[in-house]
Design a protein around this ligand. Structure first.
Ligand SMILES: Cc1ncc(COP(=O)(O)O)c(C=O)c1O
Length: 427
């Protein structure tokens, strides 16, 4: 086999990419989108580095990204996977495996959230119990959690919706009192914190998503966080076919022995039923550079949100705007608002107006999960009539506030709101 030394070095390639990106400059999305990756030559060169080394599946970059993410969030361990949905799936499967949680056990979660908060619960044979959201934070309402608890409850799954930290003090108290586990979904909340402590470091486990619309992105990707070594060992095994964790058998590949298999290659010992939800080194290399920029990218979001808030407060009697609790950092995945009950216009009026001006709008994810066709037919429980969740389902909207929007685009958003109210004759 030939082993020719190429006439160009990696550094030549990196310099060319850098030159290309600098000459191209920052290009804002043509549409005023919900999200867009904030990439420069650093992400591209990290990924090219992996490609040139032909490290294309899970390898050293995944390890390094995990180390960096755990340090950022403040947990002992981080386990990288291929999506936020997979992160929730293996976190729940870990609880089930470690605590031998029986099928039919209940998981309390907000009714207003994304589909794959609840679907892995159902797929694993557990039952979601949907509770209403709080009318100000739009997060799970802790007073409703108490009402939802039954003898089958085992897990509370708070979600830091749109990057707004849920009330972890109250939730932790409830969990402690009733001996419940907490899986904290921070898939929309990179960099959000409570009293300078980052989410999702409050619960027994927590998750992030790196889907392309999120504050930092690897295209597709996710992470599970925990301080618990037993969970960590189950997570890395579940991520990879249910295999005996590689950490346990380094340099001992042929050391495994039992009465059925005799001496056997430890890499082919499967200690449980697992999945394959690994992150690739290409995705991790993007994440490594993204994480370094997270605080700066969030700072740009906060400035944009402040300007939106300033401009929209005049219309506060028609629109419920996001609120940020003292001592918390809200990471503003998007800029959400809800049309007030007595407003003289509908969500359709305002979304059509904004969309006509090239401004992308979205509802509050699934709106109210137990009303979704795929979820209403599955076993579940609800607590009360979920009035706030159904109000958010019918009247909630979010628009983009991400750093890739230009200042001109930001002004277009603000002007569009002003024009909408002007056209309606509302002040
Ligand atoms: C709260 C929440 N949980 C989980 C997910 C799933 O993440 P992913 O799209 O990476 O699978 C999302 C998706 O955005 C989400 O908003």
């Amino acid at each position: 086999m030939k082993n020719n030394k190429p006439g160009v070095t990696k550094n030549d390639i990196f310099s060319l990419v850098t030159r290309y990106m600098k000459e191209k400059g920052v290009v804002s999305p043509s549409r005023i989108s919900i999200g867009a990756p904030a990439y420069d030559e650093k992400e591209l060169n990290q990924a090219i580095d992996s490609l040139l080394d032909v490290w294309i599946s899970m390898g050293p970059k995944v390890k390094s990204f995990e180390k960096q993410a755990a340090k950022y969030v403040g947990t002992k361990y981080a386990v990288a996977v291929n999506s936020g949905s997979s992160a929730n799936l293996i976190a729940l499967a870990t609880f089930i495996a470690v605590h031998k949680i029986p099928r039919g056990s209940e998981v309390i979660m907000p009714a207003t959230t994304f589909a794959t908060v609840a679907s892995p619960v159902i797929q694993l044979g557990l039952v979601p119990v949907y509770v209403d959201i709080d009318k100000n934070s739009w997060n799970i309402d802790p007073t409703q959690i108490e009402k939802a608890i039954s003898k089958n409850t085992r897990i509370i799954m708070p979600v830091h919706t749109f990057g707004n930290p849920a009330d972890m003090d109250l939730i932790k108290n409830i969990a402690k009192k009733h001996k419940l586990l907490i899986l904290e979904d921070a898939c929309e909340a990179h960099g959000a914190s409570i009293r300078n402590r980052k989410v999702p470091s409050f619960g027994d486990m927590g998750t992030w998503s790196f889907f392309v619309a999120h504050n930092i992105t690897t295209g597709e990707g996710g992470m599970v966080f925990t301080n618990n070594e037993e969970y960590y060992n189950a997570l890395i095994s579940l991520r990879e076919f249910g295999r005996m964790p590689a950490e346990n058998n380094a340099n001992k590949r042929l050391a495994y022995e039992d009465k059925y298999l005799g001496r056997y290659d430890t890499r082919y010992i499967f200690i449980r039923l697992g999945y394959n939800v690994r992150m690739t080194d290409i995705a991790a290399s993007l994440g490594i550079e993204q994480l370094k920029k997270l605080d700066d990218l969030n700072a740009m979001r906060f400035e944009r949100v402040n300007r939106y808030m300033d401009a929209l407060k005049t219309f506060h009697k028609y629109l419920e705007l996001p609120s940020v609790k003292k001592n918390t950092v809200h990471s503003f995945y998007g800029f959400p608002f809800i049309i007030r009950k007595d407003s003289p216009f509908s969500r359709r009026d305002i979304t059509s107006f904004l969309e006509d001006r090239n401004i992308e709008t979205r509802p509050f994810f699934a709106g109210c999960l137990p009303d979704q066709p795929g979820f209403r037919i599955e076993p579940h429980r609800t607590v009360g009539k979920l009035p706030i969740s159904r109000w958010a389902r019918d009247n909630g909207i979010f628009v983009g506030c991400h750093p890739m929007l230009s200042n001109t685009q930001e002004r277009q958003v603000i002007q569009a709101f002003r024009d909408f109210f002007l056209e309606k004759g509302l002040k």
